[in-house]
Design a protein around this ligand. Structure first.
Ligand code: UD1
Ligand code: UDP
Length: 382
């Protein structure tokens, strides 16, 4: 008898990280996969669905401009209930730490449907950092019946919270599966701005910023630092694919649009984005996923946050936590861009987060959980 599994996701990073697993599950004879998207993101989600040829069975289409956390929560909770009621899956798959993740898990709990949490166990242990993601992930962990921890450290965090070891699988992060499937040395950019940049001659700084706790003054500091870096370094080009959050678009336009070496572009499809990262010199970001991808591409990353739930690459030195203080961002970037020895020290290729086989490990673990296989899959080892 096939087991019905429902995957629910809603934002760009969830879709990217779920895609490798869903592509595998689609073809498995033991499973009937149902895909539900909340569409907490609309355009940025659809980009990923198209790239990986994923089709949603249900689309809750909940996104509104400038949506608040309460609105997102209420819309998902109300709309998902009917889908779960109708489909009655045996297991719900959720990923990560977004509102979609937590609220979908809550909706399943209300119908006593078991929950598998992918990318479980990452922690800062700081309530408001990242906000609301730290608590979204912790609450999802409380609700989950199966935990796919990407790393040993994430698994240890769960064990400290008294989650039974039996229910934890160390899988590696599926983002590395996704990354390896799209990175391509011969990729040609279609984007008119990227087409014009000579990556062999210019130092390209790739910037992304979108965290709620960075909106306002922290983001102003980030933008000011980047602007001043272009004044100091004549060979520097900044590429900033601007998140569709209107608050970020308004501020970036106001502070950066008049600088000819700062390129504000639309969010890129995953394929050009990864290949842009591979050709950039350094990355400045407050993103979670990019902190995992860049080390794999040997790109030094300055993390524009005060905390990180991904300490592995920090310890190795490829990732540096700089926060959102103007001086810290400016000085650390300058050091990396001017001091070749410092740069080389930090540009080491590193794969603490995965080996490209996470999705297969998760499928094997599901087989084990449902009794299709007697063997518990071996853990991912960094
Ligand atoms: C959300 C997640 C965050 C994740 C991020 C990835 C929550 C609370 N936040 O943050 O954890 O890191 O996604 O990018 O779950 N918008 C569009 N089109 C899109 C996407 C967004 O117009 O395709 C605009 C809308 O006006 C929307 C706003 O961006 O209201 C914010 O989107 P939202 O999902 O609430 O928050 P993010 O900051 O994107
Ligand atoms: N990404 C993308 N296009 C962009 C910027 C980012 O495809 O223009 C990808 C990136 O490679 C990573 C993911 O989106 O896999 C990260 O998403 P985001 O930073 O929005 O969210 P977070 O990881 O912080 O939750």
């Amino acid at each position: 008898m096939k087991k019905k599994i429902m995957a629910v996701f809603g934002t760009r990073p969830e879709a990217i990280k779920m895609a490798p697993l869903l592509k595998k599950l689609e073809n498995k004879k033991n499973y009937h996969l149902v895909i539900t998207v909340t569409a907490q993101h609309r355009e940025m989600l659809d980009q990923v669905l198209n790239l990986f040829a994923l089709e949603a069975d249900y689309d809750l289409d909940i996104m509104q401009p400038k949506q608040t956390l309460s609105e997102v929560t209420a819309r998902i909770l109300n709309n998902l209930a009917a889908v779960l009621e109708k489909e009655k899956p045996e297991l719900l798959l959720v990923h990560g730490d977004t509102s979609t993740t937590f609220v979908s898990a809550l909706a399943s709990f209300y119908q006593q449907i078991n929950i598998a949490h992918i990318e479980a166990g990452l922690r800062t242990h700081v309530k408001y950092s990242p906000f609301p993601e730290e608590i979204n992930r912790q609450l999802t962990g409380v609700l989950a019946d199966l935990h796919f921890a990407p790393t040993k450290r994430a698994a240890q965090n769960l064990i400290k919270e008294n989650i039974e070891q039996e229910k934890i699988y160390i899988s590696g992060n599926t983002v590395i599966d996704a990354l390896l499937s799209v990175v391509d040395d011969n990729y040609n950019f279609q984007n008119p701005v990227l087409k014009e940049i000579d990556f062999t001659k210019k130092d390209v700084l790739l910037l992304t910023a979108h965290r709620r706790e960075n909106l306002g003054e922290p983001m102003e500091n980030i933008f000011r630092a980047v602007r001043d870096l272009t004044a100091e370094l004549p060979n520097l080009e900044v590429v900033f694919p601007v998140h569709l959050n209107p608050l970020i678009r308004e501020l970036s336009k106001k502070m950066l649009a008049d600088n000819s070496r700062i390129h504000l572009i639309e969010p890129l499809d995953y394929l050009p984005f990864v290949n842009l990262m591979a050709r950039s010199k350094i990355v400045l970001t407050d993103s979670g996923g990019i902190q995992e991808e860049a080390p794999s591409l040997a790109k030094p990353v300055l993390v524009l946050r005060d905390t990180t739930e991904r300490p592995e690459a920090l310890e190795a030195g490829t990732v540096l936590k700089v926060g959102t203080d103007y001086q810290a961002i400016y000085q650390q970037s300058l050091k990396l861009l001017k001091d070749e020895a410092e740069y080389q020290k930090r540009a080491a290729a590193l794969n603490p987060y995965g080996d490209g086989k996470a999705a297969q490990r998760i499928v094997n673990a599901l087989d084990h959980y449902f009794g299709f296989s007697q063997n518990r899959p071996a853990d991912f080892q960094a």
